[in-house]
Ligand binder design. Structure first.
Ligand SMILES: Cc1ncc(COP(=O)(O)O)c(C=O)c1O
Length: 384
């Protein structure tokens, strides 16, 4: 592999963006109230429905909004009542709770240590004994720790509490694993596009159940720019409330079309389209997780989360005896950038974002160089 002029990104977002997608961002500008913009928006919906895994005939709606993922995190809470149960097991679920508090919600926090998830029995107990709650907030994939919440188990639980709207952060999950939004009975899901969708940051995609939007319309004080009713109506009517990031819409449309056409799949999977192509993308992410886990073990390193909670998009690996800053510098010198641990986990863990348009074979090449980097760092320590 020749050394690139800048490191290839394997950080947990933003992820590597293909040059042909970056080229979409430099298309000439169009008016956001023009026919061309309507056509551009219309290109998105069929693929967003696949990304969120909507059932045929679903009455859920998809939308795109120009803002960071945090914006739609806030938006999701603007459409629900005051009593919110927040599941907190990492930095981004903590943020969800902080936003609920900032919005004046009566937010009840259920916490688990970094690297784990709040046991479902504990969530069920809170819902039944401290409820009824208007909404539950949860992060499907904690980017800070590489913990993935098993969605089927979550759904089996939340289905028992239909008075509670289920608001799910899919920021580092979407396009890396199946969401099955309707089957799981979720009410609001959102994701920035800079993770497993492999796009530059700046847009957020979202999905809302019919009952969420109907109930949101009855609520007062929904803000303005993040009002979920305005966000979804603006998308449905192809009339966004403010000037959108048109360049990113081009990139999003192309990437979604490419995923659905199987363009981004490895050669062995080529020819798959539609749902099959999305499933093949998810499978590639699962394989990348397995390869990373095996690589970590071969270097005497362990992932932070328990096996059942390991994310298919991000591996958070415990440092053990490894000097994380030295290792990250050594792999960067070989042309690849990995992520340090997040917040309190900095230097105690490092993270590999094996997601987006990366493939198992590219990952294997990078991990071979990571072997060299580890040997160099451990060798230097042994000599010192
Ligand atoms: C799981 C998760 N939720 C929310 C966010 C916030 O997204 P943004 O930085 O686009 O606001 C991030 C960012 O990394 C994230 O990983």
């Amino acid at each position: 592999m020749t050394k690139p002029v800048r490191p290839i990104l394997w950080i947990p977002g933003p992820t590597e963006v293909r040059p042909e997608i970056l080229a979409e961002c430099s298309r000439p500008m169009i008016g956001h109230r023009s026919k061309a913009m309507t056509v551009l928006q219309e290109r998105l919906d069929p693929h967003l429905k696949l990304a969120f895994g909507l059932a045929d005939g679903s009455d859920a709606s998809v939308a795109v909004h120009t803002c960071a993922g945090t914006g739609l995190m806030e938006s999701s809470l603007l459409g629900v009542g005051p009593r919110v149960l927040c599941v907190v097991n990492g930095s981004f679920s903590k943020r969800f709770h902080e936003i609920a508090v900032a919005l004046g919600k009566q937010a009840v926090k259920l916490s688990a240590p970094m690297g784990s998830q709040v046991p479902f029995a504990q969530i069920e107990q809170a819902l039944s004994q401290q409820g009824p709650f208007d909404a539950l907030t949860i992060v499907s994939n904690e980017t800070s720790t590489g913990v993935r919440t098993p969605l089927s188990e979550l759904a089996a639980l939340t289905r028992k509490f239909r008075e509670t709207m289920v608001l799910v952060d899919f920021v580092s999950y979407i396009a890396g694993a199946p969401i099955d939004f309707d089957e799981h009975g979720f009410d609001f899901g959102f994701a920035g596009i800079q993770k497993a969708l492999a796009l530059p940051p700046g847009l957020t995609v979202a999905c809302a159940s019919r009952r969420y939007l109907e109930q949101a319309k009855t609520r007062q004080s929904r803000g303005f720019y993040l009002d979920p009713v305005k966000v979804f109506a603006g998308h449905a009517e192809r009339a966004t409330m403010a000037t959108p990031a048109i360049s990113l819409y081009y990139a999003l449309a192309q990437e979604l079309e490419d995923i659905s056409a199987g363009v981004t799949l490895p050669a062995s999977q080529k020819g798959k389209t539609g749902r099959a192509a999305w499933q093949a993308r998810f499978d590639e992410h699962t394989r990348m997780q397995q390869v990373t886990e095996a690589w970590a073990a071969s270097n005497g390193l362990e992932l932070l989360p328990a096996p059942a909670l390991r994310s298919t998009t991000i591996s958070c690996i415990q440092a053990g005896d490894l000097d994380v800053p030295a290792f990250l510098a050594a792999i960067k010198a070989r042309g690849h950038e990995l992520g340090n641990g997040y917040g309190d986990l900095k230097d105690k863990t490092f993270r590999i974002g094996h997601m987006g348009d990366h493939t198992e074979s590219r990952l294997a090449e990078m991990l071979q160089l990571a072997d060299d980097a580890i040997a160099e760092v451990r060798g230097a320590r042994a000599r010192s």
